[in-house]
Write a protein that binds this ligand. Structure first.
Ligand SMILES: *[C@@H]1O[C@H](CO)[C@@H](O)[C@H](O)[C@H]1NC(C)=O
Ligand SMILES: *[C@@H]1O[C@H](CO)[C@@H](O)[C@H](O)[C@H]1NC(C)=O
Ligand SMILES: *[C@@H]1O[C@H](CO)[C@@H](O)[C@H](O)[C@H]1NC(C)=O
Ligand SMILES: *[C@@H]1O[C@H](CO)[C@@H](O)[C@H](O)[C@H]1NC(C)=O
Length: 605
């Protein structure tokens, strides 16, 4: 290229550069005024963390202003002391047992039917009750950026019980740094309960930073969240359910990853507020989110890199959906939620897939914990959107899942046959953002998902009755529920009119399942003669991991290296030291695939 052309181009580039710097600087300056306008969706205040580039002073080289990059202890020790001084029912996240008389009262029963949890108990507990700090000890010493962006908390409400809703808000107001909380938006999705009309307004009028946004007609959770997001003024959106309680210092760990990179979206650890007693308990110490090919939300074990890093955020393929934080900027760049999704269900997949595939990141923050009431049943029926769940899943599958959608259709033809409606807008977004393929997502992010949830179901290792070789007795779970113990009974095969439950499956997941029920053999501890109980199958091996040693006919529990034994007289079963000589440790499955067992299970013997 001739020299003078090159020089000309350099000049043009130079002026272009100056112009861009100028524009960026203007935008940063605008964003610094924390005015009450809706933010320009492209112009967000967490940019403040990055030092505005100074046009006059071109020596600035570092991207971060290190003085604003210092970390501090965000704990509110006054609030913690106040909490510790509280006494009363349910304080410290303890449960409250109703008396028999209360339980039998019509009011108690009515509140249960209307809510799917014991709302009567909720009414007995202070709205300001203190939390139980169940965070990992490492969280107590963690420091976070001194300067963090502000948050708008969006809570869709549909016929929520008044005190559980208000306790959600109170817990946020009591445990959130004042300067980070911009607002709490309660989006009333056409509730019918009178308590959510003027009584709610009266209560909210007395609460700082909280307001109610009322939708004219029922839109469902997804569009209610969108309506809230449109109203929100802060840099970061936090979506919550309407029956939660936040735990100590929950916010800084949740938003720091977003301050560092606006395309990171963060989920808290979700604890359980028991629907029966309102006891606040841990669900577990973390897992990664996933799905199976029937589109049910599932979980994957933590990766080895999380070991010894208990307070560090870790990558999460799929969010559970109810509780998460995302920057306004990234949320709207991703087009918010697909507005064609009705009510709820599938939106957590849409959001997770597009966050990852379009260049973002989804993490779980272990030090941010939020309790959530899992209802016993959903009391809000009578919704007029037809088979919206299949339609939602279809929309997600056709827009984001590429060839992997076939596995979904094979598992669930209802999804295949339903009409997804118009998805051109979603497909255009995927095109515009140059989002990656679902294959990329499966190989890089959810790489271990097929191992736990194979697209094509695999055959079991063994199935049918499990017969003791020490006596003609079979294991019988007697239709027991969670945590039920069980033992031996006459085999149904020998005595066909007998009642019982003796059909099992040593599944490809290497757990022993009750046939047609989602319950597994589970060894809760390793004490002498440790019991075996029934527990919901968690699909993550661990204390439900069993293998069949076909040479000794042992049923071996991998984690404890104990064998299943029994006492023929008392008909009890239990775990004990393996002993190849002992007949009471020998078991015969009705049928089993020896080749498959030797191939996959030999390494555990
Ligand atoms: C719960 O509240 C009811 C009515 O407000 C009251 O009569 C009852 O004593 C309370 N229960 C407990 C366990 O305190
Ligand atoms: C409003 O708040 C004040 C102080 O927190 C309290 O004394 C008052 O009872 C509240 N009013 C209502 C209607 O809840
Ligand atoms: C903890 O995390 C860090 C950074 O993510 C990583 O380098 C380290 O290997 C992890 N620790 C372990 C024990 O894997
Ligand atoms: C047993 O498993 C092997 C290996 O997966 C398979 O090839 C074979 O067909 C199975 N046998 C039966 C009887 O299912």
């Amino acid at each position: 290229m001739p020299r003078r052309f090159r020089r000309k181009r350099v000049l043009i580039l130079f002026f272009l550069f100056i112009f861009i710097i100028y524009v960026i600087n203007q935008r940063l300056e605008n964003s610094i005024d924390d005015n009450n306008e809706l933010p320009d969706k492209n112009n967000i205040i967490y940019q403040r963390l990055k030092k505005p580039i100074d046009v006059e002073n071109k020596v600035e080289s570092s991207f971060f202003d290190s003085s604003k990059h210092t970390k501090i202890d965000w704990h509110d020790y006054n609030a913690i002391a106040r909490d510790n001084a509280r006494t009363g029912l349910g304080e410290g996240g303890t449960g409250v047992e109703p008396s028999q008389q209360e339980r039998n009262s019509p009011q108690f029963q009515k509140l249960y039917r209307e809510n799917g949890f014991h709302a009567f108990i909720s009414d007995n507990i202070s709205l300001d009750r203190s939390a139980k700090d169940i965070r990992h000890p490492d969280c107590k010493n963690k420091l976070y950026l001194a300067e963090l962006p502000s948050v708008s908390i969006i809570i869709p409400v549909h016929d929520e019980h008044l005190t559980t809703l208000l306790r959600s808000v109170h817990s946020i107001l009591n445990r959130t740094p004042e300067k980070l909380l911009k607002e709490i938006l309660l989006v009333d999705d056409a509730s019918s309960k009178d308590s959510l009309k003027s009584p709610l307004d009266t209560q909210v009028a007395n609460l700082s930073k909280t307001r109610v946004v009322r939708l004219k007609k029922r839109e469902g959770l997804i569009r209610a969240r969108l309506a809230g997001a449109r109203e929100a003024k802060a840099d970061i959106l936090i979506f919550f359910d309407s029956h939660i309680e936040v735990n100590i210092n929950w916010l800084p760990p949740l938003i720091e990853p977003i301050a560092l990179n606006y395309k990171t979206s963060v989920c808290p650890f979700i604890d359980i507020i028991k629907w029966e007693t309102f006891a606040y308990i841990a669900q577990d110490e973390g897992a990664r989110g996933a799905f199976d090919w029937g589109m049910f939300y599932k979980r994957l074990p933590l990766l080895p890199s999380s070991q010894g890093n208990a307070s560090e955020p870790f990558d999460n393929p799929v969010m559970a959906g109810g509780l998460f934080a995302i920057s306004q900027k990234w949320f709207w760049e991703l087009g918010g939620y697909d507005e064609g999704l009705d009510v709820w269900g599938g939106e957590q997949y849409e959001m997770s897939f597009k966050i990852w595939q379009c260049g973002g990141r989804l993490v779980d923050a272990p030090c941010s914990r939020v309790g959530h009431i899992y209802r016993q049943f959903n009391p809000h029926g009578g919704f007029s959107f037809g088979d919206y769940l299949s339609r939602n899943h279809k929309r997600v599958a056709v827009v984001w899942m590429d060839e992997y959608a076939e596995y979904i259709y094979k598992r669930n033809p209802q999804i295949k046959n339903v009409n997804a409606g118009d998805v051109t807008k979603q497909k255009a977004l995927r095109e515009k953002l140059q989002c990656k393929s679902f294959k990329w997502f499966m190989e890089k992010v959810a790489f271990d998902l097929p191992e736990y949830y194979p697209p094509i179901p695999l055959p079991p290792f063994a199935q049918g009755e499990i017969r003791s070789m020490a006596a003609s007795l079979c294991i019988d779970t007697k239709h027991g529920g969670e945590q039920a113990t069980f033992g031996l009974e006459q085999c149904i095969k020998d005595q066909p009119d007998k009642n019982g439950e003796q059909e099992f499956e040593l599944s490809w997941r290497q757990d022993i399942r009750v046939k047609n029920r989602d319950f597994c053999f589970d060894v809760p501890n390793r004490e002498k003669r440790a019991p075996v109980i029934l527990y919901k199958c968690h699909n993550m091996r661990g204390n439900q991991h069993f293998v069949y040693d076909v040479s000794n006919f042992h049923i071996l529990h991998v984690a404890t290296h104990l064998c299943l034994g029994c006492d023929v007289d008392s008909k009890m079963i239990f775990m004990e030291e393996c002993d190849a000589e002992r007949k009471t440790q020998k078991w015969k499955f009705a049928s089993y695939n020896q080749t498959l067992i030797l191939k996959e299970m030999n390494k555990f013997f």
